[in-house]
Design a protein around this ligand. Structure first.
Ligand code: GDG
Length: 459
């Protein structure tokens, strides 16, 4: 089996003591690389000086070599905070209104991709299969090809791909589309994203769809496909069973005192629909007096990207909103919303998922959403909770046993909460079984295998 070389913006070293990072990408890739062995290259997360760092830091952990590079402060501002997070992220989440274009940032994005290519190329062996991840690194294949790299290179986009009218509002859309054509395989989370990609390509006259997942554009022919990312279903399920004994989980259970727990877990991000969700919960409580003092909604929201002004503002908005809602619907002996604005350990998280009667996963747009899958995997088969899931999460195309909602429809989401809390055990079990069977069959290893089998058959 060929060596696997993974490239992603951030490289996360193996977690110590069971702690895991907030971010689905790291969780999934760790598992994939451990199985096959190889290199994981990316940014160390550190910025230093004004000159491009000359050397990579190489660290061996088991079968994986981690190759880390620092970036300059300007690189981080332009490539990461500027173009990736202030242009590509909002555009891919259909938020044209939040995209902030700047030529300097765009240039920085392409420059850092070239820098990555120059650091990576010397590490490559002839047979290596290269797998590039996510929107930070779209132009990487173009740069590697220019340096004569002939290896198979695949690209997987973890976030949604928008329809043509949204994408083509972005000034450098052509370079981005050309960047994708230099891969051998371009993978999306869902058929919907793939069809947005193919549709845009054809409609704008950039290329053609040849059938059988093949596309041609800019003189190159490449494959496109969709590969819904999974989780380590079995391991996570066992983890959640054991986590019930965790001291923090036991304390949480005691503190809920016979109330039903509703849980939301998301990085603090405008795509996750947190403010709409708090509104929906408030609406649910106001319209269901029978549930007063009978439910607790726990929202766990680690900070992310605080350097981007939009995110900093959101931190204040959500905290104020949770406080205001508690003021409006709480009583002297009941705080309906518990809002935690930091990351908690993975074992505790797994145990809390299992405690919760409802998993509330209502993004306005999401590539996949691993929280939805983790919530399902963590449930007790004898008494499973109900997943309330946004139809705009990639996961909604697979998890048919969820109660699907439109997160913009506050009353609809509130009604789904009420329905979930009163659902019969029989219906809960039937819905959960359907989802769990799917997740067991389509776990993260299967995702990895499917992508690599299409990228480099027989290697
Ligand atoms: C991107 C795409 C796609 C969250 N809070 C804590 C914590 N987490 C973990 C969750 C989960 C992960 O972070 C979040 O993954 P998501 O998939 O929900 O979302 P993104 O970070 O936006 O990921 C997404 C994903 O890539 C993979 O392709 O599904 O659509 O946007 O694993 O458990 N973990 C711990 N404490 C927390 O407080 N330990």
């Amino acid at each position: 089996m060929s060596r696997l070389v993974v490239v992603s913006n951030r490289v996360t070293l193996p977690a110590k003591g069971g702690a895991a990072p907030a971010g689905g990408l790291a969780v999934a890739l760790q598992a994939a690389l451990e199985e096959r062995g190889g290199i994981w290259m990316g940014w160390s997360g550190k910025s230093s000086g004004t000159k491009d760092p000359e050397v990579l830091s190489l660290q061996e952990h088991g079968k994986i070599t981690y190759a880390l590079t620092d970036l300059t402060k300007t690189d981080v501002e332009e490539y990461y905070e500027g173009f990736a997070n202030r242009v590509l992220w909002p555009i891919c989440h259909y938020r044209l209104d939040l995209a902030e274009y700047g030529r300097k940032e765009m240039a920085g994005y392409f420059r850092v991709n070239r820098f990555f290519a120059h650091r990576l190329a010397p590490l490559l062996e002839e047979d290596d299969v290269i797998w590039v991840h996510d929107y930070h690194l779209i132009p990487l294949a173009t740069e590697l090809r220019q340096m004569g790299v002939k290896n198979k290179i695949g690209f997987f986009l973890h976030i949604p791909w928008p329809p043509a009218d949204v994408l083509f509002a972005m000034p450098v859309h052509e370079e981005i589309m050309r960047g994708l054509s230099h891969y051998d395989l371009v993978g999306f989370q869902t058929d919907h994203d793939l069809s947005n990609f193919g549709g845009g390509l054809v409609r704008e006259g950039i290329g053609e769809a040849l059938g059988d997942g093949l596309f041609t554009s800019y003189g190159r022919t490449f494959k496109g496909g969709f590969y819904p990312i999974g989780i380590e279903t079995k391991a996570f399920s066992e983890f959640a069973t054991k986590a019930a004994r965790n001291i923090m989980v036991r304390k949480a259970r005691q503190s809920i005192e016979g109330r039903d727990l509703i849980i939301g877990v998301d990085r603090l991000d405008y795509s996750k629909g947190i403010t709409q969700r708090i509104d929906a919960f408030e609406h649910f409580v106001k319209n269901n007096p029978g549930y007063h003092n009978k439910v607790t909604y726990l929202q766990i929201t680690p900070k992310s990207r605080s350097e981007v002004p939009e995110y900093e503002a959101m931190q204040r908005t959500v905290a104020e909103q949770a406080g205001r809602a508690n003021g409006a619907i709480g009583t002297v002996d009941w705080v309906p919303i518990r809002y935690i604005n930091r990351s908690i350990g993975r074992p505790v998280l797994a145990g809390l998922y299992r405690l919760a009667k409802i998993g509330l996963v209502t993004p306005l747009r999401d590539g996949m959403n691993l929280v939805a899958k983790e919530y399902v995997a963590a449930q007790d088969p004898d008494d499973p909770g109900v997943l309330v899931l946004s139809r705009f999460a990639g996961a909604a195309r697979e998890l048919k046993g969820a109660l699907l909602v439109n997160p913009y429809d506050i009353e609809g989401t509130a009604n789904a909460i009420a329905r979930g809390l009163s659902m019969s055990l029989e219906e809960r079990q039937e819905r959960w079984r359907r989802m769990m069977d799917h997740l067991l069959e389509h776990d993260v290893m299967r995702w990895c295998d499917d992508f690599l089998a299409d990228l480099a058959p027989g290697r």
